[in-house]
Design a protein around this ligand. Structure first.
Ligand code: PLP
Length: 427
């Protein structure tokens, strides 16, 4: 419980009082912080076997990468999975799987890691930014407005653990004959309508980079029920994937090398077993924190981020909107002083590759060659302007983000409730 001294202490830490939270924030690496003897043993097993490469080695034991793919597909509820080197590589393989190519438009959210858009450009496609709504994920109504005859796919990104409005987005895609590629890099294991994210669209991708829910340091996975998408992704991720997998010569396409290493797969396999336990732990802490601060937010007229499916939230973060950016900045600063890890999601003057106006190389249509980037293949004039998704910027500029680590103790959460209550009251 909160100490009596702290409860009595009503002076905010920004004004010289003691911080509400006694301990610093646990590092926000949910799976990363769990790495222990099981991961060590799994890595040693690979090293001892000298089977470091997926497809061959001196000792022909079972491949860890193949085992990871089987386990991932089973866990997420798809027929196929392909393990690759990163989430970005997974996006590129998935886009190749879908047949997105030069000049094709792909609708991406205004708020996502820049890699979602870079992957589209890597296959020659044109990212088209659309608004996010109060879920901070794609606004289906705005997606519909941005569809043109050149749109090929929609990329819902389940940001900060929260499922997109998959029912509405799926209906729009069906109506317009578009495909859906789900970027589940930040929502591993979360769900919508009881189905795991990544398994709902035509193809889904995951990242296993170190700050994701489960991790192997780096890595990525593509999942799909569609054999053709899987086979195309398989060929693209491995230069000789076509020959290696006995694909008919006439169907073989060229590929690059995004093959996952056995050492990464060994770690990822152990981490996958930890996934649902991590989600349970984060959900329990988030529920407690949310219930605890709901009264003070309601009193101030501030609202939580909406959830398209609250039961499916991965619960890595709690986000609420305040009235103005100035309030958000003051409150985030005051919360940090209380030892509470708060941040404002968007500032015009703080570079952050999660929000489109800060994607300078894309906004300025920078190319790798003097002849121009993918925009030279665009089938209509494309212009990006900082104000093209004003609602997203308004929401993100008023959004306060709190990490929900599975390592938070009950005492931590109680102190957070105390600190947030005091700061919001004073806001
Ligand atoms: C939403 C989103 N998409 C894609 C990626 C790319 O993943 P990776 O860093 O593994 O390439 C990330 C994470 O970095 C991400 O957060």
């Amino acid at each position: 419980m909160m100490s009596v001294d702290r409860a009595k202490n009503q002076v905010l830490a920004v004004n010289g009082g003691d911080p509400a939270k006694g301990r610093p924030n646990p590092p926000m690496y949910p799976g990363g912080m769990e790495i222990g003897p099981e991961e060590e043993e799994a890595v040693l097993e690979v090293l001892r076997s000298k089977r470091l490469f997926r497809y061959y080695g001196p000792n022909a034991g079972p491949s860890k990468v193949e085992a990871l793919e089987k386990a991932f597909a089973a866990h997420m509820g798809t027929r196929r999975a392909l393990a690759v080197t990163s989430g970005t590589a997974a996006l590129i393989c998935a886009l190749q799987g879908l047949g997105v190519g030069p000049g094709d438009e792909v609708i991406v959210p205004a708020y996502t890691w820049i890699a979602s858009a870079s992957a589209v450009m890597a296959v020659g496609g044109i990212p088209i930014m659309a608004e996010v709504d109060e879920t901070l994920t794609l606004d289906p109504a705005d997606v519909e407005r941005r569809i043109t005859p050149y749109t090929k796919a929609i990329m819902p990104v389940h940001m900060r653990g929260a499922p997109c409005r998959m029912d509405a987005l799926t209906a729009i895609a069906r109506q317009h004959g578009l495909t859906i590629i789900e970027d589940t890099a930040q929502a591993n294991g979360a769900s919508f309508g009881g189905r795991r994210l990544g398994s709902i669209g035509d193809v889904g991708i995951f990242s296993l980079q170190f700050n994701k829910i489960i991790t192997a340091g780096e890595g990525g996975v593509v999942i799909t029920d569609d054999d053709q998408i899987w086979q195309r992704a398989l060929m693209f991720h491995d230069v000789v994937g076509g020959q290696r997998n006995n694909i008919a010569p006439a169907e073989i396409l060229w590929g690059v090398n995004f093959r996952m290493a056995e050492l990464l797969a060994a770690v990822a396999l152990v981490q996958l077993k930890r996934l649902d336990g991590l989600l349970d732990a984060m959900r329990q802490r988030k529920r407690m924190l949310k219930d605890g601060i709901a009264p003070v937010l309601a009193a101030k007229g501030f609202r939580f981020r909406e959830m398209a499916d609250p039961a499916g939230d991965a619960a890595i973060a709690l986000v609420f909107f305040v009235d103005r950016p100035e309030t958000a900045h003051w409150a985030a600063g005051a919360l940090k002083a209380e030892n509470i890890n708060a941040s404002v999601l968007y500032s015009p003057d703080r570079s952050d590759y999660h929000i489109y106006p800060h994607w300078a190389p894309i906004m300025n249509q920078k190319a790798w060659t003097p002849d121009g980037g993918p925009w030279r293949w665009a089938q209509r004039p494309i212009e990006y302007t900082p104000d093209m998704c004003p609602r997203s910027l308004d929401l993100l500029g008023r959004a306060i983000h709190l990490d929900i680590s599975p390592l938070l103790t009950n005492e931590d959460v109680e102190e957070m409730i105390d600190g947030i209550t005091r700061v919001v009251e004073a806001a």
